[in-house]
Design a binder for this molecule. Structure first.
Ligand code: FAD
Length: 434
């Protein structure tokens, strides 16, 4: 998809049109920003997406879980916006007649060494206002009879949905309210001038008072091309899924998650019954060989070289190579993936795992910001080119969304409002923004 010709199908050649705000990226975060702008009274809003369809990358290729807010550091943007977003996503689906379910989830400790980390999850979840129930081994079996665990947590507010469908509906509603969508049009840069931001695209320029870049896997690239140092590099981590089929799948009632390793912002391989009733397991986390590298065959030498020579990535790799090798093994060996799953669902073998029929469900690539010292940016990261005072004073500004990994799909609607508040010079929560 990323290699599709950029024909600029949504553009009209001629003098550069001007909008109040241009949003770059047609994933769920971009559409949530457009929605929040319209709600705040902006009448001239355009969104530019380089693919021919919306939600083609992270938004259309994820676990489709509505996260509760359990995991995130109290006080962080992730905690605050996921808790609100969890309720709002369910309410939006209900109001719009889109598929979703509030099915709850079980987090399971498969051996005693995980009890300490599980206790920390309980502490974080309760500090974030999430309802969490502690379970003993029998309590886990009552919820999920096929699961083997020494202890667990029951989190009733977790849900499932279809983020691609939500994004498409947000787009339909936005267009009905007067927003302009340009698909099949790639943005090269967004450069601040004295009175405007000039958005350079492959089908001519657009002018805007303010620009919000929500370009997922390419956010840091657009920042650099715009002459703005993002201070981080976006590293693409692929997560692969398999369908669990047969009696093993039938035995899974809802969502079964491991206790995550706090060294990583990934939640670990889980089993999820989706809104279509099928059960998928995954995702693992391996370095993708291209920003949109959905399999081992997709390699772009320049992009890969950029990652492999980045000091932040090199420092991360030097510390975490052992973990990385384990994840790669699970990527290439179905038996190794089945062994990982069988820790929670005993008896799972490679024969129970199948490639999903829908190509969009086979893998997703996470856009994860890495700092020059090799640390992963844990929280959402929104950085403004132009001071917040400039935003309040109506001077041209560009706001770059530089880290919006999971749970940003869950949190998208409140993220949209947070970003609009920042554009208006309000609600800047810099203490937790990095
Ligand atoms: C494997 C996986 C599992 C996940 N599971 C969950 C989950 O269960 N629950 C949850 O809440 N979150 C989950 N997430 C995270 C969630 O998918 C993301 O946080 C969210 O989709 C981010 O949305 P976005 O709009 O920022 O990015 P994206 O959906 O990636 O959208 C960015 C858009 O920008 C466009 N773009 C890029 N460059 C340009 C350019 N130059 N010009 C114009 N457009 C451009 C892209 O084509 C793309 O459409 C998961 C992510 C992955 C990868």
């Amino acid at each position: 998809m990323a290699d599709a010709p950029r024909a600029g199908t949504g553009s009209v050649p001629g003098p550069s049109p001007r909008h109040d705000v241009v949003v770059v990226g047609g994933g769920i975060v971009g559409l949530a920003v457009v929605t929040a702008l319209l709600d705040a009274g902006h009448t001239s809003v355009a969104l530019v997406e380089r693919e021919s369809s919306l939600a083609a990358h992270q938004t259309g290729r994820n676990s489709n879980v509505i996260h509760s807010g359990l995991y995130y550091a109290p006080g962080s943007l992730k905690a605050r916006l996921a808790v609100t977003g969890c309720a709002e996503t369910k309410a939006f689906c209900a109001e719009q007649g889109l598929p979703y379910a509030e099915c709850g989830k079980v987090v399971v400790a498969t051996d005693d060494s995980e009890r300490g980390r599980m206790a920390e999850l309980v502490r974080r979840g309760r500090a974030n206002g999430v309802e969490v129930h502690e379970l003993d081994a029998a309590g886990v079996r009552d919820r999920e009879p096929a699961v083997s665990a020494v202890a667990g947590l029951w989190v009733p507010s977790t849900g499932i949905c279809d983020y691609e469908a939500i994004t498409r509906r947000l787009a339909e509603l936005a267009v009905a309210r007067g927003a302009t969508l340009h698909t099949g049009r790639a943005v090269r840069s967004a450069v601040r001038r004295r009175r405007d931001v000039v958005v350079h695209t492959d089908a001519g320029d657009l002018l805007a008072g303010q620009v919000v870049v929500c370009a997922g896997l390419r956010s840091d690239e657009i920042a650099r091309a715009s002459g703005f140092d993002p201070g981080v590099r976006t590293v693409p981590f692929r997560g692969e899924y398999s369908d669990l089929r047969g009696p093993k799948a039938d035995a899974v009632r809802g969502l079964v998650y491991p206790v995550p390793d706090p060294a990583f912002p990934f939640l670990g391989v889980h089993a999820t019954r989706g809104v279509d009733g099928s059960v998928h397991v995954g995702p693992n986390a391996v370095l993708a060989l291209a920003r949109e590298g959905y399999d081992w065959r997709t390699l772009r030498a320049r992009e890969l070289a950029g990652t492999l020579t980045d000091p932040g990535f090199l420092s991360l790799a030097a510390r975490q190579w052992r973990y990385g090798l384990g994840e790669m093994h699970r990527s290439v060996s179905k038996a190794a993936m089945a062994r990982a799953v069988s820790k929670m669902l005993p008896g799972t073998t490679a024969a129970d795992l199948h490639p999903p029929h829908d190509v969009m469900r086979r893998a997703g690539v996470r856009a994860q910001a890495v700092r020059p010292d090799g640390s992963l940016v844990d929280d959402f990261l929104f950085v403004q080119d132009g001071s917040t005072a400039a935003a309040a004073a109506d001077e041209p500004t560009v706001l770059h969304v530089l880290n919006a990994p999971s749970p940003a799909a869950t949190a998208a609607l409140p993220i949209g409002r947070e970003i609009v508040a920042r554009l208006e010079g309000k609600a800047v929560d810099t203490a937790v923004a990095s």
